[in-house]
Design a protein around this ligand. Structure first.
Ligand code: F6R
Length: 350
């Protein structure tokens, strides 16, 4: 059911190749951005990464990865507005693959009014026009991909232009992570059989459940990516939440609601969890296991970034195989297209 030919049959648009290209995207974008302008912190009190959906998630993963070594807070904004504490000296990075997402354009317009320095990462659209018109640096990503399929380009650019926002060098970590992803690809791609392919095995176990992703920082960004890839590629309901907070509320539902067995908690774990977190997650897993099967996911990469991106890569492949099992084309997103068309029509009328 999940052999390479069966996967190809439901995937005429080539999502499998887009997913496979993650390591190539990251290294190509990082090398390309290296020769371009930097984005110095200068007087900024904060860096705001503005974006939605598949464009915002690269910012989440980047900000989570460097959280313990950034010089100023790096905050992802998913809204029409900037927070009230944004200041004219702050640095604003507008990330929109299409360049036409209205929330991103709205918050960016606010930043321009405030006098912030703005950088755009986009394949074009209105954001590209605005940036060129305003003379701000534009980092162009190749056109023709679904935004969520450009994660590697967006992340590669951020990790290069953002190297001045952190203490220490990021490049070595990125190269090591790319090598790790290249190794993983051999085991996760459609040609690899279900016995060796963790993504296929997990997709089979998820087929009849609602996946609920859990992770503690810095893996919460990766849990969100799993959720959104399952939503968009496999076209299923999936949700994500955060530990340790969920242990102070959601845990009750997992233990006491008989419906828990039709949902499947997937907990993203890490070998470097601090001991108090490890203890808490071990206890949580055993409590949850009384009502439902719990999936725990680990990656054995040699660095934090390798493990974050390795875990993310597994989730991307799980979403592809779940789409194949459900017989749905992973590429098109009719509901989001309908929403955007209706928003554009409403904008024209108002
Ligand atoms: C589509 C996708 C969406 C978009 C979102 C914002 O593949 O993942 O979540 O990313 O609708 O659009 P962009 O990224 O063009 O700003």
């Amino acid at each position: 059911m999940l052999d390479a030919r069966a996967v190809a049959r439901v995937d005429p648009g080539g999502m499998r190749d887009i997913i496979a290209s993650l390591p190539d995207q990251i290294s190509a974008a990082a090398i390309w951005a290296e020769g371009k302008a930097r984005a110095p912190i200068a007087e900024a009190q904060r860096v705001f990464l503005i974006g939605m959906g598949g464009s915002a998630i690269a910012g989440d993963v980047f900000a989570a990865w460097v959280a313990d070594r950034c010089k100023v807070p790096i905050q992802v904004v998913r809204d029409y507005r900037l927070p009230s504490y944004a200041r004219p000296e702050d640095l604003l990075v507008a990330v929109s693959y299409s360049g036409n997402t209205e929330e991103t354009l709205g918050a960016t317009a606010e930043g321009i009014k405030l006098g912030c320095r703005v950088i755009a990462i986009t394949s074009g659209g209105r954001l590209g026009d605005l940036a060129r018109g305003g003379g701000w640096p534009v980092f162009e990503v190749p056109a023709g991909l679904p935004p969520r399929g450009a994660f590697g380009h967006l992340f590669g650019i951020l990790s290069t232009i953002g190297s001045g926002w952190t203490y220490g060098d990021l490049r070595g970590d990125v190269e090591q992570a790319v090598a790790h992803l290249n190794e993983l690809r051999t085991r996760l791609r459609p040609e690899s059989g279900v016995r060796l392919n963790r993504a296929k095995a997990l997709a089979l176990r998820l087929k009849t459940t609602v996946p609920i992703l859990y992770a503690a920082p810095p893996f919460t960004a990766v849990a969100r990516r799993w959720q959104t890839q399952l939503n968009e590629n496999a076209k299923v309901l999936a949700f994500s939440s955060t530990f340790p907070e969920a242990d102070h509320n959601e845990l009750v539902g997992w233990v006491e609601d008989p419906r828990a067995r039709s949902y499947r908690p997937i907990i993203l774990r890490d070998a470097d969890e601090p001991p108090e977190l490890k203890r808490q997650l071990d206890i949580t897993t055993s409590l949850m296991s009384k009502r439902t099967k719990v999936e725990e996911v680990h990656d054995d990469g040699p660095s934090l970034l390798s493990r974050m991106l390795g875990t993310l890569y597994l989730g991307d492949y799980v979403s592809l195989y779940l789409a194949a099992l459900r017989g749905v084309d992973p590429l098109p997103l009719k509901p989001i297209e309908t929403l955007k068309a209706k928003l554009a029509a409403a904008r024209r009328k108002s």
